[in-house]
Design a protein around this ligand. Structure first.
Ligand SMILES: O=P(O)(O)OC[C@H]1O[C@H](OP(=O)(O)OP(=O)(O)O)[C@H](O)[C@@H]1O
Ligand code: HPA
Ligand SMILES: [Mg+2]
Length: 180
């Protein structure tokens, strides 16, 4: 699997440092509150489990599963809700945790859903932001890295459902795509 990677963009150490920086800021910003931290499956699973360990606050967690890339490198434009939350978000302070914001469609869909359900506040923490990919307006409050205009894999992010278990974020060799 590591052989399929052309270059590493963010190493394990880079990611750990980003989690620490974001966790420290979130600890300060959520002092005295008990937010509901929502992990956006599947991509955000690794980031969420790491960043919450750097947050010294009382918090609850929940999971929502939405998909629009269907394993490929381009957004289908249609968000499918595969698993809903277990928690009632009305009146809650929500921290959405994402792996990447690209076209912005997934984030917009989730923010609309949470507003509709009367969340008290909604903040967004993403490991990566790819502003060059934007199709709809979407903004994160906490960002680990601004990424270049490339399809990235690893640390939760997939190509055809694989590479999520890489401990770093990287770019695939072109041959991985052209071999298909
Ligand atoms: O800003 P966008 O263009 O909407 O892209 C970002 C979303 O796309 C990916 O999810 P995907 O649909 O691939 O599902 P997955 O997390 O299960 O891989 C990623 O994990 C984000 O949730
Ligand atoms: O660059 C990406 N990689 C993996 N999944 C994604 N979903 C949106 N953008 C990406
Ligand atoms: Mg995906």
């Amino acid at each position: 699997m590591n052989n399929d990677i052309e270059k590493v963009l963010y190493s394990e150490e880079d990611i750990a440092a980003a989690c620490k920086r974001l966790g420290t800021q979130l600890t300060e910003d959520y002092k005295g509150k008990t937010p509901l931290i929502i992990c956006v499956l599947k991509g955000a699973i690794l980031f969420m489990t790491d960043v919450i360990r750097d947050m010294d606050i009382y918090a609850e967690i929940d999971f929502i599963d939405v998909s629009s890339y269907n394993g490929g490198t381009a957004s289908s434009g249609t968000i499918r809700l595969l698993k809903d939350l277990d928690t009632d978000v009305a009146g809650r302070d929500i921290l959405l945790v994402e792996d990447i914001i690209d076209t912005g469609r997934t984030l917009k869909y989730l923010e609309d859903l949470l507003k509709d359900r009367q969340a008290n506040s909604i903040k967004v923490c993403t490991l990566m932001d790819k502003p060059s990919g934007r199709v709809v307006e979407a903004k994160a409050d906490y960002v680990g890295f601004n990424v270049p205009s490339e399809f990235v894999v690893g640390y939760g992010l997939d190509y055809e459902e694989k590479y999520r278990n890489l401990p770093y974020v990287g770019v695939l060799k072109p041959s991985v795509y052209s071999d298909k």
